[in-house]
Ligand binder design. Structure first.
Ligand SMILES: NC(=O)c1ccc[n+]([C@@H]2O[C@H](COP(=O)([O-])OP(=O)(O)OC[C@H]3O[C@@H](n4cnc5c(N)ncnc54)[C@H](OP(=O)(O)O)[C@@H]3O)[C@@H](O)[C@H]2O)c1
Length: 248
């Protein structure tokens, strides 16, 4: 019998897929994956469209598309959603490269990074909260990064990515203060996975020692354990892959 649901947003990310693969065997949990594209699962041993696993394809992450996805979600099984993972995040793409110096800063690229890394997760917090509020515990994870810590910034560079994750952290912290009054069952976690071998970090792995470059599978396992043990304390946490607190 299904007693709870887990939601993975931006599920085509390598880490999102690893979370999905590790949770699909849980007997009482239904899994709902949301993405623009599920091609990463093509060669994975993963059964979509069973009673336990559902997918929702979004055209993009604009507010209207998120509204449609949330309406679809609301129509599914009524088991409470106990875990949410918002994996969305962009560091580089065909139009964007992280800045090394002030001259590299580009207004359009900045807006794109802020949109995908801050606005998109914030819209999910806003639009999912009515579905999550209730008596059952819900751990809600937003993928952040250590470079979003203002107090930890010693190296500089990566203006847009750093700013987008710092802004996401502020959204998470601010939402947690409101949810402490309105939805005591929801625990928000801003999570730093560590440097993980995925398309996002690929061009920047050269100077990372082998023992500091994690597999998506390792990070997913760490995160699932962190989520299981996280207390419902009406406070936002900013945690790394070891479950250690990062200074905001
Ligand atoms: N890998 C690392 O070393 C590392 C380190 C620190 C933090 N992180 C964070 O961890 C999270 C997962 O990253 P990953 O390494 O698994 O990366 P990935 O495999 O490259 O996944 C990219 C993710 O970003 C989403 N995305 C791509 N373009 C987008 C856009 N324009 N608007 C909104 N969402 C978009 C994708 O959603 P779809 O499923 O719809 O494609 C997918 O969820 C990110 O938030 C990243 O910032 C990663």
């Amino acid at each position: 019998m299904i007693t709870e649901q887990t939601l993975i947003i931006g599920a085509n990310s390598d880490i999102g897929k690893a979370i999905a693969l590790q949770t699909q065997a849980e007997k009482n949990t239904a899994l709902i994956l949301i993405s623009r594209d599920f091609s990463n699962f093509d060669n994975a041993d993963f059964d979509f469209d069973t009673t336990k696993i559902k997918k929702i394809t979004v055209a993009d992450y604009q507010a209207e598309s998120i509204d449609k996805a949330v309406a679809q979600l609301a129509a599914f099984d009524s088991a409470p959603i106990s875990r949410v993972f918002v994996c969305n995040g962009v560091l580089h793409n065909d139009n964007i490269q992280p800045e090394k110096r002030l001259e590299d800063f580009d207004a359009q690229a900045f807006l794109q990074v802020m949109t995908s890394n801050t606005l998109t997760p914030m819209l999910w917090i806003q639009k999912l909260t009515p579905l999550l509020t209730g008596k059952s515990p819900c751990k809600f994870v937003l993928f952040s990064a250590r470079v979003g810590s203002i107090s930890d910034n010693r190296l500089g560079g990566w203006y847009s990515y750093r700013a987008s994750k710092a802004a996401l952290n502020m959204m998470v912290k601010t939402a947690s203060i409101e949810l402490a009054r309105r939805a005591k069952n929801i625990k928000l976690i801003a999570f730093h996975p560590g440097t993980t071998d995925t398309p996002l970090s690929k061009p920047f792995q050269k100077n990372v020692p082998t023992n500091k470059l994690f597999s998506a599978e390792f990070v997913a396992k760490q995160l699932l354990s962190i989520v299981e043990h996280a207390p419902l304390d009406q406070t936002a946490s900013y945690l790394d892959w070891q479950g250690e607190s990062i200074n905001w």
